[in-house]
Design a binder for this molecule. Structure first.
Ligand code: NAD
Length: 348
């Protein structure tokens, strides 16, 4: 059911097919230099196989960077299933994917991603040991969002010291885009820290909740990036920091949970030119993978372990922003370079 493809720059890329269940997808193991490759399983109605392959290649490489940035003894991998999760998901299909993961003998650990739930992970777990993101069990990590939000908040405080001279967020205005799983926890933490909130979400109920619980001021989703704020926290979708929005951003710091916040590499220099400090996304949002890693690594004392790793994430952010200032490089370039250094040595 696994066919290995020839793909340079990757340790192993496999096409997965099981005729009986209708499973079609890919597993990409980008790197195991620092440990077993870890990254979620995504199910999407990709228009073509080539699109699914492109996604798995991009996402698995991204996981190598995110796991190394969080200083975890894990490499990067990802899996995708071609299909509509609402219509095409079945027990047989999930079990077949579980067998494919098992066949890689621990080179790749899977977990929940778009189109998957903890219940789906439990189905995969009937076929493989190499699955995390379970709802129940000795080391089950549950919802990663509160840990992700805690990591973003900690990194925001570090970055605030670089941008404003103090890590104290009291009285700072933060524009939070997206009040979903992570954004709502982040808004809660910011409110507790004494920050003023401006929020936007396409879901009116979430906006209402933030207004009631955190005295947040609401604006339209298309206006949030450009409001008068000290910090812009993208927590919805990727690409909201782009050549069109950057000229309108008034915040001096960007730090949020969303993946791939910068639309392309071009934005790195434009942010520098506008003197906007960018806290690299895959560092700031590393709390989610730290949470999952505690399950993969079977950590007995989860809470202190996670707290220590979040502290390390803040140190990494500080190191990146210091080096960026010293070397007159963009924080995103420094983050990439730092990860590439970490990839030359095996994790402790
Ligand atoms: P989510 O789907 O729970 O929340 C996203 C929210 O954004 C929703 O409330 C949605 O209505 C809103 N939204 C969508 N489009 C919008 C727009 N144009 N303007 C304003 N609001 C919009 O997702 P989440 O789990 O909170 O994750 C948020 C982001 O953080 C994603 O990019 C995700 O990949 C990333 N991330 C999440 C985690 C995690 O632990 N959940 C970890 C790392 C990274």
């Amino acid at each position: 059911m696994l066919t290995k493809l020839d793909q340079s720059g990757y340790e192993g890329v496999y096409r997965v097919e099981d005729a009986a269940s209708g499973l079609r997808g890919y597993i990409a193991v980008h790197s195991t230099v620092r440990g077993p490759a870890a990254g979620g399983l995504r199910m999407r109605p990709y228009a073509a196989e080539a699109e699914a392959l492109e996604d798995v290649l991009r996402l698995s490489a991204g996981m190598t960077y995110k796991n190394a940035a969080a200083d975890l003894p894990l490499g990067g991998g990802k899996a995708v299933i071609i299909g509509d999760p609402a219509k095409d998901k079945s027990e047989a299909l999930l079990r077949a994917m579980g067998r494919a993961v098992e066949a890689l003998e621990g080179k790749y650990w899977t977990a929940e991603d778009m189109g998957m739930s903890p219940d789906d992970m439990a189905v995969l777990a009937q076929e493989t040991k190499y699955v995390a993101g379970l709802g129940q069990g000795d080391f089950a990590s549950g919802d990663p969002s509160p840990v992700t939000a805690a990591g973003v908040l900690g990194c925001m405080e570090v970055a605030a010291r670089h941008a404003f001279g103090s890590s104290n967020l009291q009285g700072k205005t933060v524009a939070v885009q997206g009040l979903g799983h992570v954004g709502m926890y982040l808004a809660e933490g910011l409110h507790r820290a004494g920050a003023k909130l401006i929020v936007a979400d396409t879901n009116a109920r979430a906006v209402q909740e933030a207004m009631e619980r955190f005295e947040a001021v609401a604006v339209a989703p298309e206006a949030i990036h450009g409001v008068e704020a000290d910090i812009y926290a993208p927590c919805a979708i990727g690409g909201t920091v782009n050549m069109g929005t950057i000229p309108e951003i008034k915040a001096k710091l960007i730090c949020g949970a969303a993946n791939n916040q910068l639309a392309s590499r071009r934005e790195r220099m434009l942010l520098e030119a506008r003197d906007i400090l960018y806290a690299p996304d895959y560092v700031a949002n590393g709390g989610g993978i730290i949470n999952v890693a505690a399950e993969i690594l079977k950590i007995e004392t989860r809470a202190p372990w996670v707290a220590a790793r979040l502290g390390r994430l803040e140190e990494t952010m500080d190191q990146i922003l210091n080096r960026a200032l010293r070397n007159r490089q963009t924080p995103a370039d420094v983050a990439d370079a730092l990860v590439e250094e970490r990839l030359t040595v095996k994790a402790a």
